[in-house]
Design a binder for this molecule. Structure first.
Ligand code: SF4
Length: 328
């Protein structure tokens, strides 16, 4: 089995290493893995142990990522690694992110060929936490760009600044999970740091990446009016045109809190729409159309993952002439 050297680490005494890819900054002893299980100290050298090891490979509608304003209705080849650098006890994908599972090795050239053969617009790195798959993500992204294909990331945004600046240069669109406005929630519940995630969102925007955000509305945890108002204010300060998905939570992994009541989801969407132009309920059927924020004309109709375009792929709203914030 080939060894793939990892980037972003420092050597420490006694053949230990410090990985500096994400803000966990793990100090790793020889033979051990970092918190994410994707990077391993191999006798004093950090290796990308999860390089090319895919936990899943499927064609998904891009709406499933979710991305609603980036090539609506188009299929995208989707894959991800077997690991994550956060420890959210409500993880909706915990069987592949928080525990070891079987993977298949697919080298970058082959992944790109599969995307081309299956008429995908590109590859979405998703399902678990793909940014810490840094070396594989980077190699695939370079090849995808060279062939004119799109690079999409669906991520928790928990990455250090330097690697984030390097990787986002190669990314076309991203959906970043913004779990809560509360620093304490990030720290105690997810073992992360809110401000590092906000920095990543800003880096992505600065790099010209098309960004959408998702918040999972967890019953009794981050669903108060105060929580919602705070997160909406933080997003509005970055850019009120960022599409924002508020998703219904269902009990998973270590959490038994009841599913998000529909009334709470609707109230959250209402609060967010006071300051943000494009707000969508997730894991719920109604209210997902994209409407012009100025005149209310429906630009994209959605039913599950199917879409309808009453005016086609228009660049300006036929109702009022406003430029449409959608990449077709
Ligand atoms: S990427 Fe993995 S090994 Fe590196 S600091 Fe983050 S959790 Fe630790």
């Amino acid at each position: 089995m080939s060894k793939f050297p990892a980037r972003y680490y420092d050597n420490l005494p006694d053949k230990r290493v410090r990985c500096t890819l994400c803000p966990s900054n793990c100090a790793i002893k020889p033979g051990n893995f970092g918190n994410c299980r994707l990077r391993k100290n191999d006798n004093g050298e950090l290796i990308a142990a999860g390089y090319g090891q895919l936990v899943s490979l499927a064609i998904d509608p891009i709406e499933k990522k979710p991305l609603y304003h980036f090539y609506p209705g188009k299929p995208i080849l989707s894959t991800g690694p077997n690991g994550c650098n956060l420890r959210c006890p409500f993880c909706q994908n915990w069987t592949i992110s928080q525990q070891e599972t079987t993977t298949d090795f697919v080298p970058p050239e082959q992944l790109v060929e599969i995307a081309e053969k299956r008429n995908s617009i590109g590859v979405a790195f998703t399902y678990t936490e793909p940014l810490i798959w840094f070396e594989y993500f980077y190699d695939c992204a370079k090849l995808l760009k060279a062939r004119g294909l799109k690079v999409v990331a669906v991520s928790n945004g928990y990455l250090n600044e330097e690697p984030a600046r390097e990787l986002f240069k190669l990314i076309d669109a991203a959906n970043i999970d913004f779990k809560s406005a509360s620093k304490e929630f990030y720290k105690k519940t997810c073992r992360g740091n809110r401000d590092d995630v906000i920095r990543t969102i800003k880096i992505a925007k600065e790099a010209g990446v098309f960004v959408e955000l998702t918040n999972l509305l967890i019953t009794g945890e981050n669903d108060s009016d105060k929580d919602l108002n705070e997160i909406v204010n933080l997003i509005a300060d970055i850019d009120p045109l960022i599409p924002f998905h508020i998703s219904r939570y269902f009990p998973q992994y270590k959490y038994n809190n009841p599913p998000t009541p529909v009334s709470t989801l609707k109230k959250a969407v209402e609060i967010a729409r006071q300051k943000l132009a494009y707000v969508y309920p997730g894991n719920y059927i109604d209210g997902s159309d994209t409407v012009c924020p100025d005149c209310g004309r429906i630009l994209v109709e959605r039913s599950g993952y199917s879409i309808g375009l009453p005016d086609g792929e228009t660049q300006n709203c036929p109702g009022c002439g406003r430029k449409v914030d959608i990449i077709w």
